[in-house]
Design a protein around this ligand. Sequence first.
Ligand code: SAH
Length: 342
Amino acid sequence: MNSIEKQNILNYLPEELEAIISELGEKKFRASQIFGWLAKGVSCFDDMKNIPAALRADLEERYYIGIPEAVRRQESKDGTVKCLFEFADGTQVESVFMKYEYGNSICISSQSGCRMGCTFCASTLDGLDRSLTGGEMLAQVLAMRKLTGEDIGHVVVMGMGEPFDNYDGLSKFIRLIHEKKGYDLGLRNITVSTCGLIPKIREFAVDFPQVNLAVSLHAPNQKLREQTMPVAGKYGYDDLMQACREYTELTGRRITFEYAVIDGVNDSAACAKELASRLKGWLSHVNLIPLNEVRGREYKTANGKSVAAFKKILESNGVAVTVRRTLGSDIDAACGQLRRNR
Ligand code: SAH
């Protein structure tokens, strides 16, 4: 048995577990019991009290429960907790726990590193390490819940990585966390953020119409977007806008457009007016994010005045807009920073 590499049991849906359990010569109903224990966050098979010892031993021989270890942890005065999690193979990702009026939320990573190359982002500085499995994405939620002792009712896939560059892992994660026998998280309590991989936006609209979609726009036109987001070279602005319109038509859901406001780059009144003209009359919402300054990147955060003016211009054109509340500003808030500041 030692020659078999152990598999992470968090990667399996109940029906997949059933097949595994049947192969081990056990009754199928054990699969739901095991799935339930995993969603509770147990970290060893012996904690699965109603599972016969022989089955626990069989599982132990072939599988492991891939809850990551928190190798670094920062806590902010506002309750935000940021963790650097390390999986069994040494892969590291960041996750952030946040408290909002509507409940607790976690921002999870979909990849370790990223290959999208946005010039203002810390996660992409060293390129892509590897994509995470669905189970590893779920494990971040389980580990954070255990560490904070708090319930987590909202998940945003806005940490390290591009979720649509790991569509298989992402869709498995959504199925795992939504599963009734397990964590049972509502689809509307999940938000996925993409830099704009058009074919996947279309796939996502069909596969998960109830999951919220955020699109990182960060510019009012192609020329400016290309300067900070290399992905724009492959998927142009007009095509992206068209895909977003189709998404809203197909799903009836509004899209959130993220716009990191960068001093002297995309924070002018002209940019705001151009963005407003693009979004006028749409089922959309703009989330202005004061840039988190990243060591190793030259960009500066836009000052409060220009953010407020930007917001006003959008509002006066009937575009729904909010400025993201800055949480955890006293810790390494920008994604990818914790991993780099070792
Ligand atoms: N790859 C996905 C999700 C990861 S990042 C995406 O691009 O949407 C989540 C959001 O944070 C994105 O909108 C991203 O552009 C933004 N972001 C990245 N670095 C940032 C920084 N330094 N300051 C503010 N926002 C940043």
